[in-house]
Design a protein around this ligand. Structure first.
Ligand SMILES: [Zn+2]
Ligand SMILES: [Zn+2]
Length: 250
């Protein structure tokens, strides 16, 4: 390519960067972040430093299933049965106000909550020493539920998370082929049976030999993510992690 053409391209790229910076600066000045919990000025996000510190962070948990414990050690359940996923990482214990933020995201279209919670979860993952997986896969919704809701909360959470971590979102490689009953109404055994065969992988070539992270809003017993992890491993994924905003206390 001639030198002049290179210079023209460089000038365009620089102008584009300056434009993005100015737009971001103006947007920040006109619409400063406001804490969605108390209405004070946000600290970079839509959350103030005080409310951020008070959130129910899942600080010590089982390194495998993410269950909140008083010390970070393999829990009894993981010692007895190895799940198909390699680990579950969650930012919070499913308690106030995170439970409310997730419920209103899921059932009342509060998509701004996904941006905030996705950023907070990304913050927990960005500092870790281990290499990150190669892609994120939002937990698939059954098409009837997707049609009724109009959006997938897992996809909404995956967007800011993937952007911050510089990972691609890979959707459409696995599907929920069976609408399942809400897990909360079932006991442990019934939960496992309820999700058995709920997922199918159609994009096998994109995950064979790859390290993937499933993104979900909340993990309760882990049966649903474990079933998806089983199907992904069966299709050839090398490692499956689960990243969720919160885990219910057990
Ligand atoms: Zn606040
Ligand atoms: Zn465990």
């Amino acid at each position: 390519m001639p030198l002049q053409q290179w210079r023209s391209l460089e000038r365009k790229a620089l102008a584009h960067l300056i434009q993005r910076w100015r737009t971001g600066f103006v947007h920040q000045a006109l619409f400063p972040p406001i804490c969605i919990l108390c209405g004070s000025r946000g600290d970079g996000l839509d959350l103030c430093a005080g409310c951020r510190a008070d959130l129910p962070w899942n600080k010590t948990a089982c390194p495998r299933c993410g269950k909140a414990l008083s010390i970070a050690t393999l829990c009894d359940s993981c010692q007895q049965h190895s799940p198909f996923y390699d680990r579950i990482v969650t930012a919070f214990v499913y308690q106030a106000p995170v439970d409310h933020l997730l419920r209103t995201l899921k059932f009342h279209d509060r998509l701004a909550h996904a941006r905030l919670l996705g950023e907070l979860l990304a913050g927990c993952l960005a500092t870790r020493a281990d290499p990150l997986p190669e892609m994120v896969i939002p937990m698939p919704l059954h098409h009837t539920r997707l049609r009724a809701r109009g959006y997938s909360q897992a996809m909404e959470l995956a967007r800011p998370l993937a952007r911050r971590l510089g990972l691609p979102i890979v959707s459409g490689v696995c599907h929920r082929v069976r609408a399942t009953t809400a897990q909360t109404s079932l006991d442990m055994r019934a939960r496992r049976d309820n999700v058995r065969g709920a997922f199918a992988v159609t994009g096998r070539d994109r995950i064979v030999g790859r390290r993937v992270a499933i993104v979900d809003d909340v993990v309760t017993t882990g049966q649903t993510v474990n079933e998806l992890a089983r199907v992904l491993c069966q299709a050839g994924a090398r490692e499956v992690e689960v990243w969720a905003v919160a885990r219910t206390p057990q």
